[in-house]
Write a protein that binds this ligand. Structure first.
Ligand code: NAD
Length: 344
C-alpha cells in the first residue's frame, strides 16, 4: 500500500530531515513550505537551496508552495492528499522576531497549526499528526527548580528532577516570550484535537535539535573554527542544555506514526547523557578541532533564559521501548564541525 506523508516546513532544518528519512524509506512525501524563513531572517534564512537538494535527491518528493496561514489552501491540500500521516514543523522559530512581529508569529505558529488540525480532521481523521513544539512552552518556570553550582555547570539540586523535566511540568503562570506563548496556544490545540476529537495527535518539544548549520551549537562550533569570539551571557557560562540529533527526533516520529496515540505530549530531547554547559561545550569543541575557544563574558543573562534544562526521556522510552538516543553529543559535535569545515 502506498504510504503518503505530508511534511509542513519541509525546507527547514527539521522538516528536511523528516523528508530525507521518509522519502528514503519508500514513502511518497509531500512538502509544504513557502520559504517564509527568508522573509523572517532575510537572505541568510533562505531555504531554496534545501528545497532544490530535496527535489534533486528524491523523485518521490513533491513540493507545494503553500502558506499554512492560507486556510482554504490548507483544507484543499489535505483533501487532495488524504495523507497517511502529517508531520508539522512549519513555524516562526525566533523569540526576537516574535517580539517585533507578533501578528505574524501568532498567525503562523498558532493559527497555522489550527488550520492544519482542522483540515486533517476533515480529510484524514485517522492519520497520525505529529506537531513539533519547543521547550519554551515551559517559559522560565524551569528556573524555579532548586539548583546546585558545580565546577563547570549548574545542575538540579532537587532529586525529583535528577532525570530531567518531565511532561507533567507546568506550562502556565510564567514568562514565555511572545514566541513561547504562540507555541503554547498551538500545543493546547494539538492536545485538544487528540482528546476531544480523538485524532491521533502528539507533540514533541526539544530544546535544541540539530545538525550542521543551524542553532546554538552550530554557531558555537563555527566561532571556534573561524577563531571568532563567542559571547557568553550570564549564569557564569554554566547554563546547561540537552541536545538531540535530528536523526533521533525523526526516529521518534517514525515510532509514533507506526503506533499512534491520542493527544500525547513528549519532552523529546537529548536527556542527561547529552546535556552540556557552555564551558563544557567550549572544552569539547577545542578538543575536537584542536583550537582554543575565544570568548567574552557578559554579566547579564538573556531574558528568561533557562539556567539548566534537561529533558526527562522516561515517558518516550516507556511508550516506545524500541526508541532511544543513538547519537551522542561528541558525534553531533563532530558532524557539525565537519559540515562547517566542508563549507569553508
Ligand atoms: N531546531 C531546533 O533546535 C528546535 C528546537 C525546539 C523547537 N523546534 C521547533 O521545531 C519546528 C521546526 O524548527 P526548525 O528548526 O526546523 O525551523 P526552520 O525555521 O528551519 O523551519 C521552519 C520552516 O517552516 C517554513 N515556514 C515558516 N512559515 C511558514 C508558513 N506560513 N507556511 C509554510 N511554511 C512556513 C519556513 O520557510 C521553514 O522552512 C518549529 O516548530 C520549532 O519551534 C526546533
Amino acid at each position: 500500500m502506498k504510504r503518503t506523508l505530508l511534511v509542513t516546513g519541509s525546507s527547514g532544518l527539521i522538516g528536511s530531515e523528516v523528508v530525507t528519512y521518509f522519502a528514503g524509506a519508500g514513502w511518497e512525501v509531500h512538502g509544504a513550505d513557502n520559504n517564509m524563513r527568508a522573509d523572517f531572517f532575510g537572505p541568510q534564512g533562505d531555504t531554496r537551496w534545501n528545497l532544490q537538494r530535496l527535489q534533486q535527491t528524491f523523485p518521490a518528493f513533491h513540493h507545494h508552495e503553500l502558506d499554512i496561514r492560507n486556510r482554504a489552501g490548507v483544507v484543499e491540500l489535505l483533501k487532495e492528499l488524504k495523507p497517511t500521516a502529517v508531520v508539522h514543523t512549519a513555524a516562526q522559530p525566533s523569540h526576537d522576531l516574535a517580539a517585533s512581529r507578533p501578528f505574524d508569529d501568532f498567525d503562523v505558529n498558532a493559527v497555522g497549526t489550527f488550520n492544519l488540525l482542522e483540515a486533517a480532521r476533515l480529510a484524514c481523521p485517522e492519520s497520525p499528526f505529529v506537531h513539533m513544539s519547543t521547550n519554551k512552552v515551559y517559559g522560565d518556570a524551569p528556573n524555579e527548580i532548586q539548583l546546585q553550582e558545580l565546577p563547570t555547570r549548574w545542575d538540579y539540586a532537587d532529586p525529583a528532577y535528577a532525570d530531567g523535566i518531565a511532561e507533567t511540568f507546568r506550562i502556565d503562570r510564567c514568562k514565555h516570550s511572545i514566541f513561547g506563548a504562540s507555541k503554547v496556544a498551538a500545543d493546547i490545540m494539538v492536545q485538544e484535537y487528540g482528546r476531544y476529537f480523538n485524532l491521533p495527535t502528539c507533540l514533541t518539544g526539544p530544546n535544541h535539535s540539530g545538525v550542521e548549520l543551524h542553532g546554538f551549537l552550530s554557531y558555537l562550533i563555527k566561532c571556534n573554527l573561524e577563531g571568532r569570539t563567542y559571547r557568553v551571557f550570564g549564569y557564569q557560562g554554566k547554563q546547561v542544555r540537552d541536545n538531540i540529533h535530528s536523526h533521533d527526533v525523526v526516529q521518534f516520529m517514525r515510532h509514533f506514526i507506526e503506533q499512534p496515540r491520542c493527544g500525547e505530549v513528549y519532552n523529546i530531547g537529548g536527556g542527561r547523557a547529552n546535556s552540556i554547559s557552555i564551558w563544557e561545550a567550549f572544552a569539547l569543541i577545542a578538543e575536537i578541532s584542536g583550537q582554543p575557544m575565544k570568548h567574552e563574558y557578559v554579566d547579564q543573562n538573556r531574558s528568561g533564559d533557562h539556567i539548566c534544562y534537561i529533558s526527562n526521556l522516561a515517558k518516550m522510552k516507556a511508550h516506545y521501548p524500541g526508541w532511544d538516543i543513538t547519537k551522542n553529543l561528541r558525534t553531533t559535535f563532530e558532524e557539525i564541525h565537519a559540515a562547517w569545515v566542508n563549507r569553508h
